[in-house]
Design a protein. Structure first.
Length: 566
C-alpha cells in the first residue's frame, strides 16, 4: 500500500447513501483500505447487504463496518448519527455525502411549468437540505479535533442545467454553492470541504430515470475511486469541483451511444509520425546532492501505485529548471516517465538536464532552451520532442513571472505598457503558444494531457498585481475553452491553481518575504503527478493547492520563524 492510501487506514469515515450506486462502491473501496466505516442509508435490507459486502473485502484486522438506517433529511437523525460515531470512535475523520435522488418516487419527466410543488420540494429536501444537515452534524467533531474531510456529491447537472429535471439541477447547483461557502468558513480550522461532479455512469440515480441507460457508460466505481483519491490527498490540496465524465474520442459521434475509439488504446501507444521562468538556485544543480534528491523524489512522488503510472510517458515541462517546474520534472522521472526540460536560459537548461540525467537516466531526459513567448521556439519544442522521443504524452506549462524583473509591486495606474506586456506575454501568450504547439500531436493520437499552471490569483484579484492576476484569470479561461474544443478527441486540458509557493518567484517580490505557510514546490508537483495519472475519463477542473487556512492562522504564523514552510 502506498503512502497516500496508508493515510486512510483506521480513519473514521461516514458514507451516506452507502447502500447503492456511488455510495455503495465508495464503501467497498474504503473498506479495502481498512477504514473504520460507518454506512448510512434508508433501506435497511440494502444497508445490511452493503455492510456484509464491505466486511468481506476489508482486511482481516480491520474494524467491522457499522450500518445505521437513517434519513438524511431528518435533522434529529443526523445529529444522532454524529453522536453515535463520536461515542463509538471518539472522532469523525471524513464524511462522504452520496445520498441523493433524481426525482421523487413515481414522478416522471416534467417541465417546471407543470411540476407539483411536492415533487420539487421532495428532491431539494433530500439532495440539498440533506447535504446541509449531514455536513452540519459532523462539523462540531471535526472543528474540535482540528481536522476533517467532507466530500459532497453534486453532479455535472450542478454545472449545466438539464431540461425536465429542474429540481435535480437546482439541488446539485446548490450543493456546489453550499460546499464552497462552507469550505471558506472552516478551512482555517483545518477542515477540508470539497464537491465532486460526476457525469453519467451506470447505477446510482440513472436507475431512477425510467429510461434505458446509454451504451458504453463506465461503472460508478470510477467515481468511488476518485472519492478515495480526494480523501487520500495531502491536507493542503483542495480540488475545486472536479468533474468526472467519459471523453468522446471520435469527434461528432458522442459518447452516449458510441464506443470510445480510444478505450482500447494503451496509455503508452505510439505517437503519430509526424519560457521563461524563475531563477533556479545554482546550488540546487551543482551541490552534488542529486542522488539524495532522487531518493527523496522517488519516496515523495511515487504515491499512486494503485493508479496509472507515467512509465515511458513523455512530459514536456516549461519553466523546468526551477521551482514548480523542476519539482515536476523530478516527480515525472521518479514515476518512470521521460521529462523534457524547457527554459529560457540555455546554461541553466544544460546544467539542470545534466544533473537530472545523472540522478535518473540520461535516456529519459531532454533539455531544450526556448522562450515561451516565441512562436518559433514553441514549435521547435514540439518538433524536437517528437524527433527525440517519437511522442508527446503531456505538457505541463509552468513557466511564469510575477512581474517584469526589477519592478516593484505597484498600483495599476502606475503600471507601464511594457511592464503589462511582459507579464501577459510570458504567462498567457506563452501558455497559448505552448498549448497550440503540442495540440496537433495530441489530437492526432487521440489522447494526451495538458496542465496549465494558473494561480489562486486567477480566482481573486490582488492589489498591486493587476497584470499577474489578469494573466492568471486568462489562463483559466483559455484552458477551459481549449478543453471544450478537444475533449471529444480524448485530450484533456486542465488548470492547477497554487497558492503561495516557496519558489524563486518570490525574489521578484523583494523585499517582501514569502508567507510563513508557503508550500514547498514538491507539494505542487505531487498534485501535478496526481492529475497526470488520472484515468482517461477523469477531468479535474481547477484544483486549488493551498495551506489549509492560508493567511488565517495568524497566531501560528507569528510564532514561526520567518521563511519556514507549514
Amino acid at each position: 500500500m502506498s503512502s497516500a492510501w496508508a493515510r486512510l487506514r483506521d480513519r473514521v469515515v461516514v458514507v451516506t447513501g452507502g447502500s447503492a450506486g456511488i455510495g455503495y462502491e465508495t464503501c467497498l473501496a474504503l473498506a479495502r483500505l481498512g477504514v473504520r466505516l460507518v454506512i448510512v442509508a434508508r433501506n435497511q435490507q440494502r444497508l445490511i447487504r452493503a455492510a456484509a459486502d464491505a466486511a468481506n473485502v476489508a482486511p482481516r484486522d480491520a474494524a467491522p463496518p457499522v450500518a445505521l438506517s437513517l434519513d438524511v433529511q431528518d435533522e434529529a437523525a443526523m445529529q444522532h448519527l454524529a453522536a453515535q460515531v463520536v461515542d463509538r470512535y471518539g472522532r469523525i475523520d471524513a464524511l462522504v455525502h452520496a445520498a441523493g435522488i433524481l426525482r421523487t418516487p413515481g414522478a416522471r419527466l416534467c417541465p417546471l411549468a407543470h411540476m407539483p410543488l411536492a415533487e420539487f420540494a421532495g428532491v431539494l429536501d433530500i439532495n440539498l437540505t440533506g447535504t446541509y444537515l449531514a455536513n452540519r452534524a459532523v462539523l462540531p467533531a471535526m472543528l474540535q479535533q482540528g481536522s476533517g474531510d467532507i466530500v459532497n456529491l453534486s453532479s455535472l447537472s450542478g454545472r449545466v442545467g438539464l431540461a425536465f429535471d429542474g429540481p435535480y439541477c437546482a439541488s446539485k447547483f446548490g450543493i456546489v454553492g453550499l460546499t464552497e461557502a462552507l469550505a471558506a468558513e472552516v478551512r482555517g480550522a483545518g477542515v477540508r470541504v470539497q464537491a465532486l461532479l460526476p457525469g453519467m455512469f451506470t447505477g446510482g440515480v440513472w436507475n431512477q430515470s425510467g429510461l434505458p441507460p446509454p451504451t458504453q457508460l463506465p461503472s460508478c466505481n470510477r467515481v468511488a475511486q476518485m472519492i478515495v483519491q480526494m480523501l487520500a490527498l495531502p491536507p493542503e490540496v483542495y480540488l475545486g469541483t472536479p468533474v468526472i465524465e467519459p471523453l468522446s474520442i471520435e469527434a461528432g459521434t458522442g459518447w452516449r451511444g458510441a464506443k470510445s475509439a480510444g478505450a482500447a488504446r494503451s496509455r503508452s501507444g505510439s505517437a503519430p509520425d509526424s519560457g521563461r521562468t524563475n531563477d533556479v538556485h545554482a546550488a540546487a544543480v551543482h551541490d552534488g546532492a542529486w542522488p539524495s534528491i532522487k531518493r527523496r523524489a522517488t519516496e515523495m512522488f511515487h504515491v499512486t501505485a494503485e493508479m496509472n503510472s507515467l512509465a515511458d510517458q513523455v512530459v514536456i515541462i516549461t519553466g523546468g529548471t526551477g521551482g514548480i517546474g523542476l519539482a515536476t520534472a523530478q516527480a515525472v522521472l521518479a514515476d518512470g516517465g521521460k521529462a523534457v526540460i524547457c527554459d529560457v536560459d540555455a546554461a541553466r537548461v544544460e546544467a539542470c538536464t545534466a544533473a537530472l540525467a545523472e540522478a535518473f537516466a540520461a535516456e529519459r531526459v531532454l533539455g531544450i532552451a526556448m522562450d515561451v513567448r516565441s512562436e518559433a521556439d514553441c514549435q521547435r519544442m514540439a518538433d524536437s520532442t517528437l524527433a527525440h522521443f517519437g511522442r508527446i504524452d503531456a505538457l505541463v506549462a509552468s513557466a511564469g513571472i510575477l512581474r517584469k524583473r526589477g519592478t516593484p509591486p505597484k498600483p495599476l495606474v502606475k503600471v507601464t505598457c511594457d511592464e503589462w506586456q511582459e507579464v501577459i506575454d510570458v504567462n498567457l501568450k506563452g501558455v497559448f503558444l505552448t498549448n497550440r504547439a503540442v495540440l496537433p500531436t495530441l489530437v492526432q493520437q487521440r489522447r494526451g494531457n495538458i496542465i496549465n499552471v494558473s494561480s489562486v490569483s486567477g480566482l481573486r484579484g490582488r492589489a498591486h498585481d493587476g497584470p499577474y492576476c489578469a494573466s492568471k484569470f486568462g489562463v483559466i479561461g483559455l484552458s477551459q475553452s481549449a478543453a471544450d474544443e478537444v475533449r471529444t478527441y480524448g485530450v484533456k486540458v486542465m488548470t492547477l491553481l497554487p497558492d503561495a509557493v516557496d519558489t524563486p518567484i518570490w525574489q521578484q517580490n523583494h523585499p517582501v518575504p514569502p508567507p510563513t505557510d508557503a508550500l514547498a514546490p514538491e507539494r505542487i508537483a505531487e498534485v501535478i503527478l496526481f492529475m497526470l495519472n488520472q484515468p482517461d475519463d477523469t477531468l479535474l477542473v481547477g484544483p486549488v493547492v493551498a495551506p489549509l487556512g492560508a493567511r488565517t492562522r495568524k497566531a501560528v504564523a507569528k510564532s514561526e520563524p520567518a521563511g519556514t514552510n507549514s
